[in-house]
Design a protein around this ligand. Structure first.
Ligand SMILES: *[C@@H]1O[C@H](CO)[C@@H](O)[C@H](O)[C@H]1NC(C)=O
Ligand SMILES: *[C@@H]1O[C@H](CO)[C@@H](O)[C@H](O)[C@H]1NC(C)=O
Ligand SMILES: *[C@@H]1O[C@H](CO)[C@@H](O)[C@H](O)[C@H]1NC(C)=O
Ligand SMILES: *[C@@H]1O[C@H](CO)[C@@H](O)[C@H](O)[C@H]1NC(C)=O
Ligand SMILES: *[C@@H]1O[C@H](CO)[C@@H](O)[C@H](O)[C@H]1NC(C)=O
Ligand SMILES: *[C@@H]1O[C@H](CO)[C@@H](O)[C@H](O)[C@H]1NC(C)=O
Length: 478
């Protein structure tokens, strides 16, 4: 009979015993646990995915798994509505995502002292009872923390509030995903609960209906590295970010921000290496709007259909001596906006770029963008990017041509007629240029100088980083 039980286990993918010793060892295990008749128990893993379960298992059923040394339990893709207390097992990873969970028992995981990953995403949780994540109550009425817990996802549920002390006994959490819950606002209680996680490295608050972030949120999250606040309702950069100084990744995609015209709390994020600002309602990015991001390497500003103006100094800031500074960008993605040009002054060192995309913008192919043909296209080609999908929409004669074609044909782009330029509606630069031309028309010499200055991307007269002479040379060599 023991042998039979063993052979059932064998059916589930174990290799058949080859000698006596194997059989003797195996006969010491219990008869097949009930759970393993429904699910697959093999290699320290309990796979119960997509088994049409409507209930979680009883303590007794869990207890039958004791001898199996189960480290990973996957219950995802069932219809379990209520999660009940799980027996003392060496489980490290528990996945209950994609069920219909409405309830999690108090102290549900208290016996799982080795639990490190808990995925409760894509369920129907509306309320969390705060004791759901508490540890075992010890005889001295202290609570044993779930000190191995690192990863907790509650994403895609229906949570409106985060109760006080909900994570008090998971204080070692590194990763917390609360995305796609209708939180609406992070009140004092929620803020208090989140700030109890001093080791948190990554916080995902995407799609939570947030309009603001509470001031104190990041002050005690001193190890936070990655923050995702995309798909919320922010119309400005939240001021609370100015204390998120440890983060190196910020996702601000899909927020209805219209305007980045001045210095924001972003400028304090001196460790930020990657910033995402895609699918927003941005119209204008002004001078210095993203200044101060001294560590920035990767910048996404894409799919912003109304983004028409990116100031040439948008990434630029000054240090205490008044020296101009730029971040050393390696990756720049500016595709699918509404900009008519890529300005050579966006970056100080274009030669450091290793990946970039500029396609799907309505480029105006006049003399101002000659540098794009002569400098940018070779650069893009060198890094295996494509200049064939950077298309001219103006002027009419070369409409539809790509910058790659312009480069191939060594095309010299015409300057628009002064009069024509001056009447372009809504184009401030054009008006300014028109005025300048008007005023100086009587002084041909001055006019020529001004024109040269405006066109002169290769011989800049602007102040440079004085300490950076070799890079000056390289820049000039470009
Ligand atoms: C659960 O099962 C799914 C599908 O088999 C798999 O993709 C996923 O990685 C598993 N998760 C865990 C925690 O084992
Ligand atoms: C947790 O892991 C340790 C070390 O591997 C082990 O001794 C202990 O029995 C495990 N706890 C449970 C509840 O299985
Ligand atoms: C849990 O399972 C789901 C679906 O099978 C999978 O997508 C997810 O990555 C798993 N979670 C973890 C933490 O492995
Ligand atoms: C941008 O912000 C400034 C300052 O808050 C405001 O005066 C201006 O109207 C805004 N522009 C747009 C297009 O929203
Ligand atoms: C795109 O820019 C042009 C001017 O360059 C402007 O006329 C147009 O309204 C802009 N489109 C949107 C959607 O903002
Ligand atoms: C570009 O592609 C070529 C051929 O696929 C490859 O050898 C080269 O390393 C790539 N260069 C870069 C900068 O990715």
């Amino acid at each position: 009979m023991y042998l039979r039980a063993f052979c059932v286990v064998v059916m589930f993918g174990m290799i058949c015993p080859q000698d006596e010793t194997d059989i003797i060892e195996s006969t010491t295990i219990d008869p097949t646990p009930e759970i393993c008749k429904v699910c697959e128990c093999a290699d320290g893993m309990l796979d119960c995915t997509n088994r049409q379960l409507t209930q979680s298992f009883t303590l007794e059923e869990w207890n039958q798994l004791k001898s199996l040394n189960i480290k990973e339990v996957n219950l995802s893709g069932n219809s379990i509505e209520m999660l009940t207390v799980i027996a003392e097992l060496p489980i490290e990873k528990l996945n209950v995502s994609q069920n219909r969970l409405e309830m999690i028992d108090d102290w549900c995981f208290k016996y799982l002292e080795n639990l490190s990953t808990l995925d409760l995403s894509r369920n129907e949780l509306e309320d969390l009872n705060k004791r759901a994540f508490w540890g075992l109550l010890l005889p001295d009425s202290k609570i044993r923390p779930l000190s191995k817990m690192r990863y907790l996802s509650l994403a895609h549920n229906d949570l409106h509030v985060i109760p006080k002390d909900a994570f008090a006994f998971m204080h070692n959490l590194r990763y917390l995903d609360l995305s796609r819950n209708p939180l609406g606002i992070l009140d004092q209680v929620a803020t208090g609960t989140l700030t109890e996680l001093p080791f948190l490295r990554e916080l995902v608050l995407s799609g939570c209906g947030l309009e603001t972030l509470p001031d104190g949120l990041f002050r005690s999250l001193r190890r936070l590295e990655r923050l995702d606040i995309s798909s919320n309702k922010f119309t400005t950069i939240p001021a609370a970010l100015n204390s998120a100084i440890t983060i190196n990744y910020l996702n601000f995609d899909k927020n209805p921000i219209t305007n980045l015209t001045e210095k924001t709390s972003l400028s304090t994020l001196i460790r930020l290496r990657e910033l995402r600002l895609c699918n927003t309602r941005l119209q204008t990015i002004g001078p210095g709007a993203l200044g101060g991001l001294a560590s920035l390497e990767t910048l996404y500003i894409c799919n912003n259909p109304r983004l028409t103006t990116i100031d040439e100094e948008f990434l630029n800031w000054k240090d205490d001596d008044g020296t101009d500074l730029w971040p050393a960008l390696k990756r720049l993605y500016l595709h699918n906006n509404n900009v008519s040009e890529i300005d050579p002054d966006f970056l100080f060192r274009w030669d450091q770029i290793t990946d970039a995309s500029f396609h799907d913008n309505p480029y105006v192919c006049d003399c101002k963008n000659q540098w794009m043909v002569d400098v940018l296209v070779p650069l893009i080609t060198k890094i295996n990017g494509s200049a064939a999908d950077m298309i001219c929409t103006k002027p009419q004669e070369i409409r539809g041509m790509s910058f790659y074609q312009l480069f191939e044909n060594s095309k010299t782009l015409e300057c628009p007629q002064a009069a024509e330029t001056a009447v372009l509606p809504g184009s401030e630069t054009a008006i300014v240029l028109g005025v300048i031309i008007g005023v100086f028309a009587a002084f041909p010499l001055v006019f020529v100088i001004v024109l040269l200055w405006r066109r002169g991307y290769f011989a800049k007269c602007r102040k440079k980083m004085s300490s950076d002479q070799d890079s000056d040379e390289e820049h000039a060599a470009l």
